[in-house]
Design a protein around this ligand. Structure first.
Ligand code: ATP
Length: 255
C-alpha cells in the first residue's frame, strides 16, 4: 500500500519464542518522511517488532531492509551506524554526568564507531560536538539545564534529553517506543509539539504508543498489531473506522 519512497521494509518476518508465535507474517513498509505508528493491545508484539528492527532480536524468518541494506544479522550498533536511532521505553542515561555530556556521547559514539568509557575523559575538548549538543538542547527546550546532572531531571525532561541524544546522531529513521509513557498531559502535549517540529524537518519516524491522542495527533499511517499479526493498516481515518481494530481493542486492551 505504499506510494512514496519506502525507506524501511519489514519483509515476511516471523518471530517465535518457543511455542509462541510472537510475530507472524509481518510485512511493513515505512515511507520516507512519514510518521508511522504501530499500535495494538498489550502483548500484541510491538516491542518484539521494534527489537527485530534494531537488531536486538533476530527474526525466526524473514528480513528487514533499510534503504537497500539488509539489517538482519547485523548488530545493534551497526544498525545504529546506518542511520536508525531508537528512543527507549526506559531511557539509558549517565545519571551523574551533566545533561550536556549525555547529549554529546551519542555523537562521539557515532563518529568513533562505538561507545568507549575513555570517551568520557575527552568530552571537554570536543568543542564542535559540544556546540552541536547545545544546539540540540535549545531545540528540545532544555538548554537551561545543560549543566545539571542528568539524574536530577524530571521524567518529562529526561525524555526530552533522550530525544536530543537521538537527534544529534542525525538519524534517517527515528524509532520511538512509547515516548509519552508516564507523562502528565502537559508534558505529553509538549512532546507532541516537539515531535511535530521534527516531522516538519522530514525525518522518518516509527512510533509505538498506547495514547491514542498522541497517535492521532502525529501519525500519517497506522499499522495495528494483534496477537503477532498486522490486522489493519492505513491512514488514521481508515484505521479508526475499521471494525477489526475495534474488536481487537475491545477484546481485552486499554484505550
Ligand atoms: N524474550 C521473550 N521470550 C519469550 N516470550 C516473549 C519474549 N519477549 C516477548 N515475549 C512474548 O511475546 C508476546 C509479544 O510481546 P511484546 O512485548 O512484543 O508485546 P507488546 O505489544 O510490546 O506489549 P506491551 O504493549 O504490553 O508492551 C507476548 O506474549 C510476550 O509475553
Amino acid at each position: 500500500m505504499s506510494n512514496g519512497n519506502v525507506v524501511l521494509h519489514v519483509a515476511d518476518v516471523h518471530k517465535r519464542f518457543g511455542g509462541l508465535h510472537a510475530l507472524a507474517d509481518i510485512d511493513l513498509q515505512i515511507e520516507e518522511g512519514k510518521t508511522h505508528a504501530i499500535i495494538g493491545p498489550n502483548g500484541a508484539g510491538k516491542s518484539t517488532l521494534l527489537n527485530v528492527i534494531i537488531g536486538k532480536l533476530a527474526p525466526s524468518s524473514g528480513q528487514v531492509v533499510f534503504d537497500g541494506a539488509i539489517l538482519t544479522g547485523k548488530k545493534p550498533h551497526q544498525i545504529n551506524q546506518l542511520g536508525i536511532a531508537r528512543v527507549f521505553q526506559t531511557p539509558e542515561i549517565f545519571a551523574d554526568l551533566s545533561v550536556l555530556h549525555n547529549v554529546m556521547i551519542p555523537a562521539l559514539s557515532k563518529r568513533d564507531g562505538r561507545f568507549k568509557l575513555n570517551m568520557l575523559r575527552t568530552l571537554d575538548s570536543e568543542t564542535g560536538i559540544r556546540a552541536e549538543a547545545e544546539h540540540m538542547l535549545e531545540d528540545v527546550g532544555l538548554i537551561n539545564r545543560k549543566d545539571s546532572p542528568a539524574g536530577s531531571l524530571s521524567r518529562g525532561d529526561k525524555r526530552r534529553m533522550e530525544l536530543a541524544m537521538c537527534l544529534i546522531q542525525h538519524p534517517r529513521l527515528l524509532l520511538l517506543d512509547e515516548p509519552t509513557a508516564g507523562m502528565s498531559r502537559h508534558d505529553t502535549n509538549t512532546t507532541i509539539e516537539l515531535l511535530k517540529k521534527i516531522k516538519s524537518r522530514g525525518m522518518t519516524k516509527v512510533i509505538i504508543e498506547h495514547d491514542m491522542h498522541v497517535v492521532f495527533s502525529l501519525a500519517d499511517k497506522i499499522s495495528v498489531l494483534a496477537q503477532g499479526r498486522i490486522i489493519a493498516d492505513g491512514t488514521p481515518d481508515q484505521v479508526r473506522g475499521n471494525p477489526k481494530v475495534q474488536e481487537a481493542y475491545l477484546g481485552g486492551a486499554h484505550e
